[in-house]
Structure formats: C-alpha cells, structure tokens
Design a protein around this ligand. Structure first.
Ligand SMILES: Nc1ncnc2c1ncn2[C@@H]1O[C@H](COP(=O)(O)OP(=O)(O)OP(=O)(O)O)[C@@H](O)[C@H]1O
Ligand SMILES: [Mg+2]
Length: 357
C-alpha cells in the first residue's frame, strides 16, 4: 500500500506540485525553509484530515491564496482510491473517489500513516497528551470497535463535566455508569494494545539501540486498585469542587523504563530520539503483522542529532519494514551513503518547488 501520486496546491509555500513517489523510499532534501515539512504536511492532511503542526488549517493556506487542495491516488492491495482534501473559507471537504466523506475516520482507515516530526521526539518527556495520541492511533487502527467506545466515553465525559460545572449532583450520577462502562473499555483496549506492542518494541529497541532490558508501563488515569466506577464514586465530591472529572482514561498515560529506570530521566537526548523512533516503528510493524494496511511512514528531519551509526540502523530497520517511507533532510549527503537497493526516489525542494533529483 502507498501513495502513487500526489498533487498539492497552495499548502504553505508550495503553490503547485505534483509528484509520483517511489513505492519504498522517498528522500526529500532542501535548505531550511524550502518546503520539506510543508510537503509532509500535505501528505499528512490526506491521511489524517488534520495537520501535525497547527490546529488552525487556515494557517496552511498559501499567503497569496484563499484555499488549499491536496489530492492523490492511494494504492491498496485490492484497489486504487483517489483521496482529495480541500479547505476553503473555514470549510473542510474530504472526498474519496469523488464522493464527499463526512467522517475523518474513513480517510484515516483508507490511508493510515504515521509521522515522526521534531515535536514527536518529546513523546517520552513532554506531557501525557502526545502519549495518549500515540496509543489511541495504534488501537484505532488495530481494533475498529475502539472508535465507538472512545466516542461514547468522550460524550459521557462532556455531559458529566457539564453537570459538575452546574453542580447538579443527580445528573453527575446519571452519566457515571456510561462513563465507567466505556472508560473501562478504552482503558482495556489501551492495556491490550501496549501488551501486544511490547515484543515489537523490544525487538526494534534492540536493533536500534542495543538495549534489551526495556519495558512499557501503562497508567490508567485512576487508582488501579479500584474499578473506574468505584473511583468515580469516590471522587465525586472533589470533582464537584473542581468542576470537572479528574479521573479516567482522559488522564491515562504510559512510561518507558530502561533497566527499570524512567527512560526520560536517564537516557541521552539521542537515545530518547531513537526510543521514540523505535516506538513508532514497533507500532507500524505490529499493524503490518496483524494484516492491517499501512499507508506510509514519514520522518521529518531524520538526521538532525543522530550519528552516522544510529542513522544506518534506522535505515536498516526501515528497509526491513517494507512500507512506503518519506524522509527529509537539509542536504542530499545525509542520504547518499545509505541509499537502499530497493525502489527509491530523491526529491529536491527549493522555495516551494519540488523536482525529482
Ligand atoms: N501559509 C503560508 N504561506 C506561504 N508560506 C508559508 C506559510 N506558512 C509558512 N510558510 C513558509 O513556508 C516555508 C517552508 O516551511 P517548511 O517548514 O516546510 O520548511 P522546511 O523545508 O521544512 O525547513 P526546515 O529545514 O527549517 O525544517 C517557510 O519559509 C515558511 O516561512
Ligand atoms: Mg522542516
């Protein structure tokens, strides 16, 4: 599976570009500010219907335009699908084979992609939101039933929070069984997911970092000695005082332990970067082994801060993954020594203009 063609109009400084990516490695190079991340942003928009850089899509529209469009052909095992994303006057329109699609999830299922960008390297040492997103993307792609439970949990959470804000105790109680029921499912899905991910993470960490004693610890978002329903009951009084639900999967998290110590406090910056790469690669490997389609894997600014040895290992792992890959770097030399045997292309980006090199 992968992207066969891509057409970009007015995404950041890319006014108009068309490329036909290689099925395996796509190396994108260009100076700072040339438009490399903008190109990955365009691809990301096709697979996630959102940006990895901003929540405000109007910021993506080229300064001299009033809309952006990204479209492309996605090849899966069975067929080819045309995806199109347009953003104009605050309106977001997504099309699959010329049909308008309402749910962003449909696009995400059609072209599942994962990206590592400079902020991703904070996955293990920033706040928990980024780690929850990491887990939920994995569960979402592995277990189609997860999305319904997650949506119902979010709805019940919003309702209970509104009742807490208005201090209506009866209503707070009304939403608790549903919140507890779906919240427990969300947590169980995440736990199962992390358990399944562990062996893959172990394998990739060993390949990338030579670390063998590694573990992932999941954090529920409430005291695990109690069920979620019990925890909610116990915290009602405090929740009323605070005006929101303090406990639950929306507070869930995970941490990575290296030799029984918190990785974020004990490994170097370069190693932390490699651990984040290992987590994401493990995620993709696991999806593929579970016969799930995987659209593409993108790494923005791969070479920054990685030594030659680490870089070679990353290339080696990516090569084994048999998946379409997009990598960016500021200079062509970063890739030249590591060019793989398989299908690959180089693209040069200069002031928003993309040419195959
Ligand atoms: N809405 C916009 N319209 C036009 N240009 C924009 C817009 N938003 C950002 N830019 C410009 O687009 C250019 C490309 O940005 P981008 O982040 O893609 O560069 P890059 O090649 O990834 O650079 P770096 O190597 O520094 O990461 C930048 O010069 C930026 O100022
Ligand atoms: Mg960039």
């Amino acid at each position: 599976m992968g992207l066969l063609t891509l057409d970009v109009f007015n995404v950041r400084n890319i006014k108009k570009a068309s490329i036909a990516p290689a099925s395996k490695f796509n190396f994108i190079y260009g100076l700072n500010g040339s438009g490399k991340s903008a190109l990955l942003e365009a691809i990301f928009l096709m697979g996630r219907a959102k940006s990895f850089r901003t929540a405000d899509l109007s910021k993506i529209i080229n300064f001299n335009a009033n809309q952006f469009i990204v479209s492309g052909k996605v090849q899966s095992e069975k067929n080819t699908t045309t995806l199109g994303i347009q953003y104009h006057s605050g309106q977001f329109v997504a099309r699959m084979d010329q049909q308008t699609v309402k749910s962003k999830a449909s696009i995400a299922y059609c072209f599942p992609l994962q990206i590592i960008h400079p902020k991703s390297y904070r996955t293990l040492d920033a706040g928990p939101q980024i780690r929850r997103e990491f887990m939920d993307w994995g569960v979402f792609n592995l277990d189609p039933a997860f999305l319904t439970s997650w949506r119902r949990f979010k709805k019940a959470l919003t309702q209970r929070n509104a009742a807490l804000k208005n201090k209506v105790l009866n209503e707070v109680r009304v939403w608790e069984p549903e919140l507890a029921y779906y919240g427990t499912i969300v947590q169980e899905c995440r736990c199962d997911y992390i358990e399944q991910l562990k062996p893959y993470f172990l394998l990739v960490s060993e390949q990338l970092l030579g670390i063998t004693e590694i573990d992932i610890k999941i954090i529920a978002g409430w005291d695990a000695a109690f069920t979620y329903e019990q925890a909610l009951h116990k915290s009602t009084e405090k929740d009323l005082r605070y005006g929101y639900t303090r406990l639950g999967p929306h507070r869930g998290d995970f941490s990575v332990l290296v030799q029984k110590r918190q990785a974020k406090d004990h490994v170097s910056r370069g190693q932390l970067k490699m651990l984040v790469l290992a987590l994401s690669m493990a995620q993709v490997l696991m999806l593929k082994e579970n016969n799930q389609q995987m659209g593409c894997f993108m790494i923005d600014d791969l070479t920054a801060e990685l030594d030659q040895h680490s870089k070679e290992k990353v290339f080696c792992c990516l090569d084994d993954m048999s998946i379409q890959v997009f990598l960016t770097a500021t200079d062509q030399e970063s890739f030249k020594n590591d060019l793989p045997q398989g299908d690959h292309k180089m693209f040069h980006v200069e002031q928003g203009v993309i040419t195959e090199a």
